[in-house]
Design a binder for this molecule. Structure first.
Ligand SMILES: C[S@@+](CC[C@H](N)C(=O)[O-])C[C@H]1O[C@@H](n2cnc3c(N)ncnc32)[C@H](O)[C@@H]1O
Length: 396
């Protein structure tokens, strides 16, 4: 999200370019989560994992650090069972990122398979359960790795049958199928902890679940996370690319954990100390709410509706705030419809658009310099990125 300065203190407006849109293409879904990122999040849920069946359903066990994390920590977490299924059309399955190199064991990538682990004994007797024990298990227990009949699609009948048997789904699913993936988890009433793109917050189905407090964010969100990618992965932006020891990584700047498992973060109050003034917090032209462009700027002395950036959800405590809506057309919360308007782009070019109807809009006194703005009936407007409309629940 680009940041811009204006005379009325609005810091984030529409018109930026998200590198995440690349992930829409299926082949761009092939990016692999690092073990450290999984550990940083999973440490908050240890009690909730005890005695549970965990399913990694977009995870070739030989490539996935989700599988590795749960296999290595099987005993420490007190898991009942771990299931992982591979997806055969994966561009890299079995080719590039092997975590566990086991001669003759790894399927060739053409055949989807399932690994099911019910115990990880200290088979090599070294006093600890580690990757060597997992390897021993895979080598010596004939029924642990079995072929799937279909292609391993999380929506396939056999994967859905597995889903029905499990307690918790934990994975980084294909971003291009994120809506479907979450919808399936909700349909089968599963607990889950999954990685997704920050923009997924604004998807109708996802947002409605968030609003109903049926889905929320995990703990270790945002920041820059690096994902391992196949050599041929197309990365347009140099700053999002790095190669370490011959391995290529891609960074997403806005990755979120989505979950319905409780975590301590959502019970912490956001510290609130700013003072309301009408100048600092202008009212939207098309929503009954004031604009608060940073979560740290939420006014302490305002009890009404306010629009906050979607990153608010990273700090959201449902005991402190109520979510009223989002400034997207599909939500239907706007109190005004604009006619076609003239968009004046940063470079000064004019075009006729109807963009103001999908977002919160502020009326401004004069055209801002170096910014995209809109003209309707001789009045000037700017449009903001999606805002979540919230209201304080605690007394002020
Ligand atoms: C973002 S990658 C993450 C891989 C792994 N979960 C990890 O975190 O390292 C998503 C994976 O889902 C797989 N995938 C894509 N479509 C799928 C589908 N319909 N069913 C199951 N897996 C799928 C892709 O092949 C890819 O390996």
């Amino acid at each position: 999200m680009s940041k811009t300065k204006t005379t009325i203190g609005v810091s984030s407006r529409q018109g930026g370019n998200s590198g995440l849109s690349d992930a829409k293409k299926a082949k761009q879904d092939e990016f692999y989560t690092q073990l450290s990122d999984i550990e940083n999040e999973l440490k908050w849920y240890k009690e909730q994992l005890r005695g549970k069946v965990v399913f990694c359903n977009c995870d070739d066990p030989f490539e996935s650090n989700f599988f590795k994390y749960f296999a290595l920590n099987f005993n420490a977490l007190g898991l009942k069972k771990l299931i992982a299924t591979s997806y055969v059309p994966s561009a890299i399955a079995g080719k590039q990122l092997p975590l566990v190199e086991i001669e003759g064991l790894k399927p060739d990538g053409k055949e989807p398979f399932k690994i099911e682990i019910n115990a990880v004994p200290d088979a090599n007797g070294d006093g600890a359960t580690d990757l060597a024990d997992v390897e021993y298990l895979l080598r010596h227990e004939a029924n642990i790795a079995t072929p799937l009949k279909g292609d391993g699609d999380f929506r396939s009948a056999e994967c859905v049958e597995l889903l029905k048997q499990v307690d918790i789904v934990c994975t980084n699913p294909p971003f291009s199928l994120f809506r479907e993936f979450v919808a399936q988890l909700i349909e089968y009433e599963k607990k889950f902890l999954v990685i997704g793109n920050q923009n997924a917050i604004t998807y109708k189905d996802v947002f409605n679940l968030i609003k109903e407090n049926k889905l929320w964010l995990g703990v270790d969100n945002g920041g820059t996370k690096w994902f391992r990618v196949p050599d041929g992965y197309d990365i347009q932006t140099e700053s999002r690319k790095k190669i370490v020891d011959g391995v290529k990584y891609f960074s997403f700047g806005s990755i979120m954990w989505y979950t319905n498992l409780d975590n301590p973060r959502r019970h912490e109050n956001i510290p609130i100390y700013a003072t309301y003034t009408p100048e600092k917090y202008p009212k939207y032209d098309n929503y009954d709410a004031i604009e608060v462009n940073r979560v740290s700027e939420i006014p302490a002395d305002h009890a009404g509706a306010m629009g906050v950036p979607i990153t608010f959800l990273d700090k959201y405590n449902p005991d402190q705030f109520e979510i009223l809506g989002i400034t997207k057309t599909w939500f239907g919360g706007a109190n005004k419809v604009y006619p076609n308007q003239t968009q004046v782009s940063k470079d000064g070019t004019n075009s006729t658009v109807s963009k103001l109807n999908d977002g919160a809009t502020l009326k401004i006194k004069s055209p801002p310099s170096g910014e995209t703005y809109y003209i309707v009936d001789g009045e000037y407007y700017i449009q903001l990125y999606a805002r979540i409309i919230v209201r304080r629940k605690d007394k002020i």
